[in-house]
Write a protein that binds this ligand. Structure first.
Ligand code: 13P
Length: 335
C-alpha cells in the first residue's frame, strides 16, 4: 500500500551529498554522555540539547533525515514548535528508533539480542501519524574469543527482518543496522569475515520475511581493525575492504548504505567515507553515505556543555561536521 512512498523516501534519504543525523540516543546513552561533561541529566537538558541540534541553520543542505528517540519525537522547541515540524520545515525527514536495546542473549555469554518486536505494529502506526517516515533498529555483534556465534547472528538477523517487514507494512522505511563492534583486538581480516557472514545472514532473513530491498536502507559498520589491534589498517585499506564486503553481500536494488561511526574519531569516520566514494563511487550500484551519531555530535555537545550562551558556537560545530561529511558522501573531503 505504501510502495511508491517507501521507494521515494528511501531514495531521498540517500540523495547525493546527503546523509542522516542519528540523534536517537536512549535515556541511558544520552545521560552517560551528559554525565561525562557534567551536564545535568534531566528531560529539559535533553530537550534543550536536541533543540540546539535541530535548529542549527543550514543543516538541511546536508541532512536528509534525523533519527529521533521516543522522548524526542514528542518534544518541541522552548517556543512550542514540535521538533518534527522544525525538521520538516528544514527539508529534513523525521525518523524514529524502534528497537528497545540489546539484551543478553540466553545461554550465550558476551552476546546480545535486540528486543522490541512486541507491539511493534501499533507503535509504527503511532509514529507514522506523528510524522515519522523511516525507522531504525540496531543489532549488535561482538567479535571476541569464539564469538560471534551463529545463533547470535541468526537471532539478530531474524529480529531485524521481522522489524523491517512490519515497517514496510506500516509505511516506514526501515534502516537495517547490524553493527559489528570495533571493540577488541581483532584484525581487519577478522572484521571482514564477520561482516561477510552477518550481511549474508541478514539479507537471507530479509528475503525470507518478504522485505523489499528497494524500500530499505542498510546501516552497516565499516570493516575496520579492532580498536585494540596493534596493527591499524590505513584509511585506504578500510575503504577497500568495506566496499569489497558490501559489493559481495548487498543487493543492487538497495538504494543506499548509510554508515554508523561506531566510536571512530569524527575525522576518521569522515576520511573513511570519503575514501570509499573517491575510489569506487562510479562503480557502485548504491549510494554510500553517513548516518553518524557520535562523529557528528561530539564536538557540538562539548561546545554546548549545557549552556544557552554556547548554542551558536555548538551549532557551528554541527554545521561544520555535517558539511565535511556531505563532501565525503561525494568523495570530495579534503582533510
Ligand atoms: P554512532 O555513529 O555514534 O555509532 O551512532 C550511530 C547509531 O545510530 C548507532 O545506532
Amino acid at each position: 500500500m505504501y510502495e511508491q512512498e517507501l521507494i521515494a523516501t528511501a531514495k531521498a534519504m540517500v540523495a547525493p551529498g546527503k546523509g542522516i543525523l542519528a540523534a536517537d540516543e536512549s535515556y541511558s546513552t544520552a545521560n552517560k554522555r551528559f554525565e561525562k561533561l557534567g551536564i545535568p541529566t534531566t528531560e529539559e537538558m535533553r530537550r534543550a540539547y536536541r533543540e540546539m541540534l535541530f535548529t542549527a541553520s543550514g543543516i538541511g543542505e546536508f541532512f536528509s533525515g534525523v533519527i529521533l528517540f521516543d522522548e524526542t519525537i514528542r518534544q518541541a522547541t522552548k517556543d512550542g514548535i514540535p521538533f518534527t515540524k522544525v525538521l520538516l520545515d528544514a527539508g529534513i525527514i523525521p525518523g524514529i528508533k524502534l528497537d528497545e536495546g540489546a539484551k543478553p542473549l540466553a545461554k550465550a555469554p558476551g552476546e546480545t539480542v535486540t528486543e522490541g518486536l512486541d507491539g511493534l505494529r501499533d507503535r509504527i502506526a503511532e509514529y507514522y501519524k506523528m510524522g515519522a517516515r523511516f525507522a531504525k533498529w540496531r543489532a549488535v555483534i561482538t567479535i571476541g574469543k569464539g564469538i560471534p556465534s551463529h545463533r547470535c547472528i541468526d537471532t539478530n538477523a531474524h529480529a531485524l527482518a521481522r522489524y523491517a517487514a512490519l515497517c514496510q507494512e506500516g509505511g516506514l522505511v526501515p534502516i537495517v543496522e547490524p553493527e559489528v563492534l570495533m571493540d577488541g583486538d581483532h584484525t581487519l581480516e577478522d572484521s571482514y569475515g564477520v561482516h561477510h557472514e552477518v550481511l549474508k545472514t541478514v539479507f537471507d532473513a530479509l528475503y525470507a520475511q518478504g522485505v523489499e530491498p528497494d524500500q530499505m536502507i542498510l546501516k552497516p559498520s565499516m570493516v575496520i581493525s579492532g580498536e585494540k589491534c596493534p596493527q591499524q589498517a590505513s584509511v585506504e585499506e578500510v575503504a577497500k575492504w568495506t566496499v569489497k564486503c558490501l559489493r559481495e553481500r548487498v543487493p543492487a536494488a538497495v538504494p543506499g548504505c548509510a554508515f554508523l561511526s561506531g566510536g571512530q574519531s569524527d575525522e576518521l569516520a569522515t576520511a573513511h567515507l570519503s575514501a570509499m566514494n573517491a575510489l569506487f563511487k562510479d562503480q557502485l550500484p548504491w549510494q554510500l553515505t553517513f548516518s553518524y551519531g557520535r562523529a557528528l555530535q561530539q564536538a557540538a555537545m562539548q561546545t554546548w556543555n549545557g549552556q544557552d550562551a554556547n548554542v551558536p558556537a555548538a551549532q557551528k560545530e554541527l554545521y561544520h561536521r555535517a558539511k565535511l561529511n556531505s563532501a565525503a558522501a561525494l568523495g570530495l573531503y579534503q582533510p
